[in-house]
Write a protein of this length. Structure first.
Length: 94
């Protein structure tokens, strides 16, 4: 079984039952990833070394404002800061 989204005349599929995480999570058209194609369409080319992330962590939210550029190192640092905050008194209270 697959899920289908059509964007700019191309069919992108996601396979929820796939053993591969990337095929369960992302919509694919051959080597093309829907979120990268949408970012390029709405924001322009993706520079080398940059990745497109879902700002709110929801892989089903393709709002152009939810698609942001980052590098793996910057993204990892942001995740580390978030984890530290969640362990803090303020984060535990929240």
């Amino acid at each position: 079984m697959s899920e289908l989204i059509i964007f700019n005349g191309r069919r992108y599929r996601r396979y929820p039952d796939s053993p591969r995480r990337s095929h369960r999570t992302y919509y694919l058209n051959g080597p093309r990833l829907l979120h990268r194609e949408m970012y390029a369409h709405f924001h322009g080319p993706i520079p080398p070394g940059r990745q497109v992330w879902f700002k709110n962590g929801n892989f089903d939210d393709f709002d152009p404002e939810n698609l942001v550029l980052d590098t793996p190192a910057l993204r990892e640092a942001a995740l580390d800061r978030a984890a530290d905050w969640h362990k803090s008194a303020e984060g535990l209270k929240w």
